[in-house]
Design a protein around this ligand. Structure first.
Ligand code: TGC
Ligand code: FAD
Length: 406
């Protein structure tokens, strides 16, 4: 058997088994409740059973496993903080973070599906919708019977959503919607979209647009090297007649979608840490098993340096997430605090993925290990939900009181 075949065989065995356990260097587990730990072990089991054995194949084939939507609904991955009367989990923000961490440990694209549905579709319907809208949409979204997407970004307006040109006109008994949204997670398979568009006075509102409305289409975006198991597309509105009862009535202005982003960015801070911990654990195990110069590579100082720095950054990010979650539970977290965590943790995860890739040597570029997939996924995560530099500017604004966006 050639060396690479032998390495592959060993790798396949360990991937199939998915022996992942998270590092807990500062005993942060002792800050969690029994309920948090129960949620973590059940979602981890789910990921080991339903995602890990298949994810490399899905990603290699750029296949979105639509059946995961129903399964996520069954385990309560959608809308964990939404009240139970609407089908949500009624859980706290630490539980929500743990769910995102464990799912992204499996794959960032799978976490995208879950966080878009929960934070960017269910959250605005719950927060800005009326009772009829909540009752009509939330239980079906929570159960995974319907899939939703969130349309903010446009071809010419990404970091600056306030410049959006998608608009609607009041036609008496309905609104007439026109425009295009781009880079929309879930869109090709979504049953409905929460769309942000300007009224005739230029004020931004949220509208619920359902698949099947004439003039509404969702072309898929092909050729991604990142988030390959997640489906991404456009939202095209060509004179779409939207019923008036589909306007979210309880908040307008850019602040409404930005509130949704606060919730989703918090989930990403935890999710990216999940990907980072998966890379670290894989590198730690590989370093112990891989022999070069007659010794495990783990015995070399340069490999130990990499592992030590990874664990240091993981531990700092774990503490950041836990504290941010408790602030959110108390209703005290700010947008800038969320930006700091999203920005830091995604960057740390990317650096850990790159170092872990090096520890795996040539094997690190193959689909036998999760490293390269995590690394490529994180290249999207560092850009969406506010780019790395936009979060820097949000922090800069908080520190100085001077917005430097434009
Ligand atoms: P700015 O003037 O700062 O604010 C406009 C209005 O909004 C209010 N506001 C907020 N309200 C509630 N919560 C927040 N977090 C808020 N932040 C701001 C603000 O008070 C103001 O209100 P008012 O009443 O005075 O009008 O807005 P700006 O145009 O200067 O933009 C600021 C900036 C650049 C930070 C913002 O536009 C931004 O965050 N840009 C990044 C865009 C972004 O993150 N897009 C994400 C698209 S969704 C996505 O990527 C999903 S990926 C999902 C996945 O697959 O997981
Ligand atoms: P731009 O805004 O054009 O930015 C390009 C570069 O310029 C970046 O480095 C940026 O930091 C920099 N830049 C821009 N403005 C400034 C400034 N003022 N100062 C300094 N630097 C600046 N959007 C949705 O609405 N819904 C979704 O579900 C969704 N899913 C996505 C899924 C994927 C896979 C991807 C890649 C994106 C998704 N997005 C989604 C879009 C995402 O939010 C945007 O890509 C992101 O906000 C950046 O916009 P942009 O790509 O147009 O880049």
């Amino acid at each position: 058997m050639s060396t690479i075949t032998a390495q592959s065989a060993k790798a396949k065995k360990s991937l199939k088994q998915d022996v992942y356990e998270h590092p807990d260097f500062y005993q942060i587990d002792s800050l969690l409740t029994e309920e948090h730990k129960l949620i973590r072990s059940s979602i981890r089991d789910f990921v080991k059973r339903e995602i890990s054995p298949y994810i490399e194949d899905w990603a290699q084939r750029a296949h979105f496993p639509y059946e995961i939507v129903k399964k996520f609904g069954e385990i309560g991955a959608f809308g964990p903080t939404i009240p139970q009367e609407y089908g949500g989990g009624g859980l706290d923000y630490i539980s929500y973070g743990i769910l995102m961490q464990e799912i992204e440990r499996g794959d960032s694209g799978m976490r995208s599906t879950a966080s878009v549905q929960g934070s960017l579709v269910m959250y605005p319907i719950y927060k800005f919708g009326n009772e009829a809208q909540r009752k009509k949409y939330l239980p079906k979204l929570a159960a995974g019977e319907w899939l939703g997407c969130f349309g903010l970004t446009e071809p010419d307006h990404g970091s600056n959503p306030n410049g959006m040109v998608t608009n609607f006109k009041d036609k008496g008994d309905h609104y007439l919607l026109n425009g295009t949204k781009m880079w929309i997670s879930n869109s090709p398979k979504a049953d409905l979209a929460v769309v942000w568009a300007k009224d005739e006075k230029g004020r931004i509102h949220g509208l619920i647009v359902e698949r099947g409305m004439p003039g509404f289409s969702t072309p898929e975006t092909h050729g991604k090297w990142s988030l390959r198991a997640s489906t991404t597309g456009e939202l095209v509105f060509d004179n779409v007649k939207v019923p008036k009862e589909n306007l979210l009535p309880n908040k307008s202005g850019l602040g409404a979608p930005l509130m949704c982003l606060d919730s989703a960015r918090y989930g990403i801070a935890w999710g990216a840490l999940g990907a980072a911990m998966d890379c670290y654990e894989s590198a730690r195990r590989y370093a112990a098993e891989r022999i070069q110069f007659g010794k495990p590579i783990a015995s070399f100082q340069l490999v130990q340096k990499k592992l030590s720095e990874m664990l240091t950054e993981i531990t700092k990010a774990q503490l950041l997430n836990w504290r941010l979650g408790t602030l959110l539970n108390e209703g005290k977290a700010t947008t800038a605090q969320i930006s700091l965590a999203k920005r830091n943790n995604v960057q740390v995860a990317l650096e850990i993925a790159r170092e872990a890739r090096q520890i795996h040597g040539g094997m690190g570029i193959t689909g036998e290990y999760p490293i390269m997939r995590h690394m490529m996924n994180l290249e999207s995560v560092v850009t969406y939900e506010g780019t790395h530099d936009i979060h820097l500017l949000i922090l800069g604004n908080e520190i100085t009181g001077i917005p430097a966006f434009s």
